[in-house]
Design a binder for this molecule. Structure first.
Ligand code: FES
Length: 375
């Protein structure tokens, strides 16, 4: 075959891409434009497709090759290296490019043989969350003063796995319910989410593959329509002014459901790192930590650390702890002891007051907007 005259670029020697492997090249056109291609050697034949996955830009040259199908290393979309078409539903595709091999040299044209495009759309709830969060952030960015509503919205997140049918009642959830009732009496709107009632998957560590593979909203919520982290993202990022997280102490740490949730919030924090995008605005966080045995301060330290890095602020006395100490093995009595404790109730009320007042101050002074206005 004679090499066509237009727009073919020498990219490498054929021996540089052994059979069954691939390599990425960035080709600069005469006008300075760049085309990122992935070249594959399948049984001695060379194929070129875009190196940029149409999902979120994953590098296809680093994907897993099976026959002539490459799987994106970020979230698993598949493409034929022959024509760039995806076998998955929706018909998404990446561009494919003509390849010419002569005297052990590989040439690629930057004029696509077939232009790729993304056709499929995320499911409805995912799209709605995405636009609600964008809208919310856009509305408050640059505002000097926000309306300070009399009805502060307080979200309670209960992370215990103990349900109401269990013979031993959850102390952390009883305390959270008391805190929410008290907030309501102070004219707050309240909602409690019980993590054990939600169906959501654990973090799959996309951040560890590449910072840009960890997207917001989380790609797991995009892939799995049944994943109910969407409810938490929406309530926390868009609806709530104050979030109160309650947890029991399990072997010295917060509950396993708590960690399952916060690891899925990596994508919220990661937006700051990858896109300078601050999703948590004007949020106050507070915590309730209970356990038959001790370690309240350690758990409080972990919780304060994580939620501060999300961009939350704290009122005075941002956590309340309750514990009967090391020798209290009779945990069936915890609930009664706790709900009879006037001192604990007083501490809870103080923490709720601190959070609600801080929420008003933050909004009125546009505290985070002034902090984030770095230019
Ligand atoms: S599957 Fe390729 S970037 Fe998500």
């Amino acid at each position: 075959m004679k090499m066509p005259e237009n727009d073919f670029h020498l990219v490498c020697g054929a021996s540089e891409i052994p059979e069954g492997s691939s390599k990425a090249f960035s080709i600069t056109g005469e006008n300075g434009s760049k085309t990122d291609v992935a070249i594959f050697n399948i049984a001695g034949r060379f194929y070129a497709i875009s190196n940029v996955c149409v999902h979120q830009g994953g590098p296809l040259s680093q994907g897993f090759l099976d026959g002539n199908i490459v799987t994106c290393p970020w979230h698993g979309w598949k493409y034929s290296v022959v024509d760039g078409k995806s076998p998955h539903e929706g018909g998404d595709s990446v561009s494919s490019y003509p390849v010419y091999v002569s005297e052990d040299n590989v040439y690629v044209s930057t004029i696509p043989a077939r232009v790729g495009r993304r056709i499929s759309k995320p499911h409805k709830a995912y799209q709605e969350l995405d636009s609600a969060v964008k809208q919310h952030v856009a509305n408050i960015t640059g505002s000097k003063v926000l309306p300070v509503e009399t009805n502060v919205r307080v979200l309670g997140i209960s992370t215990t796995n103990t349900d109401s049918k269990a013979p031993r009642k959850s102390t952390s959830e009883a305390a959270l319910q008391f805190a929410l009732d008290y907030a309501k009496a102070k004219h707050a709107e309240t909602v409690m989410i019980k993590l054990r009632d939600l169906n959501f998957r654990h973090c799959e560590g996309y951040y560890s593959k590449n910072a840009n593979a960890c997207i917001f909203p989380c790609s797991i919520s995009e892939m799995d329509e049944k994943d109910q982290m969407i409810e938490i993202y929406d309530r926390f990022l868009v609806w709530a002014d104050v979030v109160i997280v309650s947890t029991p102490i399990r072997w010295g740490s917060a509950s396993s459901l708590y960690y399952q949730m916060v690891q899925r919030m990596n994508c919220v924090q990661n937006q700051m790192v990858t896109h300078d995008n601050y999703l948590v605005r004007d949020k106050v966080a507070a915590f309730i930590i209970t356990g038959g045995q001790d370690n309240v301060q350690h758990v409080a330290g972990e919780l304060l650390s994580f939620w501060s890095q999300l961009g939350c602020v704290f009122g005075e006395f941002p956590f309340v702890g309750w514990s009967r100490g090391w020798y209290a093995e009779d945990t069936e009595n915890n609930h009664r002891e706790e709900t009879n404790s006037k001192a604990f109730k007083k501490d809870l009320m103080r923490t709720v007051n601190g959070a609600i007042e801080m929420s008003r101050l933050v909004k009125k002074s546009r505290y985070d907007e002034r902090v984030l206005n770095l230019h």
